[in-house]
Ligand binder design. Structure first.
Ligand code: ATP
Ligand code: PRP
Length: 305
């Protein structure tokens, strides 16, 4: 198969080829019914049911390809977009547009120092050695700090590709700038966070001039449907009509709750979307408000505005 020629007339969609975002992206594509078969060792996969091709790239490179318009859509971390934009500021025609926050891959890019050391605030690192994989954001952060303190001292920023947390223990750095999610890696390395450079989560991005805007909108709507379905549950309950006003305040729904009269006089059944993380509290409040037969169901997919 001439893979390169078969890319003509297909929208290109970049997906992280490995790392923390890879599996969540595959799950999202599956949930969106984007069907493909990836041959082993090939970083391009043609989508069977859309004029679309997936390109598997390192998360850090995706903002470059999408920003230059070589690839139409992509998923990466907001931290990677920010790192790229520090080096290549967007113009009217280049750079990426964020389409959706995907809600996974949440982490913070933080300045970290040894827990049992003398450095306690970011200013203490000015003029010292800082190791990171995010050199552009780190340069920007420390140049700003140096300017604020009107010092001629320059912080020395060094790049390493991974295991950044080892740099202080190995005597290469006085502090690091690295990603933190649970904080386990940081604590295990005897480090503590003293400042946040960027807060991140996975985002869907698009180029400023995608080759097929209609298909971009369709793929966006599909992905949004899956993300919404993951965030919400469907809650149904029965309640006396007289108590419906109070119950609707507890479960206002995204637009409004759906109510249906029950065969039993004066009673209604309510069906409403509730944020998954709030459902336990909502169930407690509904019970107190007089609701009964409360049921909670998983939503597989959705299309909402
Ligand atoms: N611990 C984490 N928790 C949540 N999200 C993370 C975490 N670490 C990284 N990420 C997100 O995933 C993106 C890719 O990071 P990851 O380290 O998995 O990339 P990678 O392509 O495997 O790179 P590398 O080879 O440098 O490790 C990050 O830019 C960030 O947005
Ligand atoms: O706060 P935590 O939950 O411990 O996660 C943070 C760690 O995750 C990432 O590294 P990853 O494990 O992807 O490997 P890497 O160091 O090779 O980038 C990041 O660079 C941190 O080291």
């Amino acid at each position: 198969m001439d893979l390169v020629n078969s890319l003509n007339d297909r929208l290109l969609f970049a997906v992280p080829k490995k790392g923390r975002l890879h599996q969540a992206c595959l799950d999202l594509l599956h949930g969106s019914d984007i069907q493909f078969h990836r041959h082993s060792r090939l970083d391009i996969a043609l989508v069977k049911n859309h004029p679309l091709a997936l390109v598997f790239l390192p998360a850090a490179d995706i903002p470059t390809f999408v920003g230059e318009g070589r690839v139409d859509l992509g998923i990466t971390g907001r931290d990677q977009v920010a790192e790229h934009e520090c080096a290549v500021p967007p113009t009217d025609t280049t750079g990426v547009e964020e389409v959706l926050d995907l809600g996974f891959g949440k982490c913070k890019l933080q300045v970290q120092v040894p827990l049992r050391g003398t450095l306690t605030k970011p200013e203490d690192l000015v003029g010292k050695n800082v190791v990171t994989s995010f050199t552009n954001l780190t340069e920007q952060y420390f140049r700003k700090l140096e300017a604020q303190h009107e010092t001629k001292q320059k912080t020395n920023i060094k790049y390493v590709g991974g295991s950044v947390e080892a740099a202080c223990a190995l005597g290469v750095a006085d502090g690091i700038v690295d990603l933190v999610e649970s904080g386990e890696t940081m604590r295990a390395a005897g480090l503590t966070a003293i400042s946040t450079v960027v807060e991140s989560s996975a985002v869907l991005i698009k180029s400023k001039h995608p080759s097929d805007s209609k298909l971009v909108d369709l793929i966006t709507a599909r992905i949004k449907g899956v993300i919404t379905a993951q965030k919400y549950v469907l809650c149904t309950y029965n309640i006396e009509r007289a108590k419906l006003g109070v119950a609707c305040k507890i479960t206002p729904g995204r637009r409004a709750p759906t109510t249906t009269s029950l065969e039993e006089d004066g009673w209604v059944a309510v069906s409403v979307m509730v944020l998954k993380k709030q459902i336990a509290v909502v169930m407690d409040q509904l019970t107190e408000a007089g609701a009964c037969d409360i049921l909670v169901m998983k939503i597989d997919n959705s299309r909402t505005i």
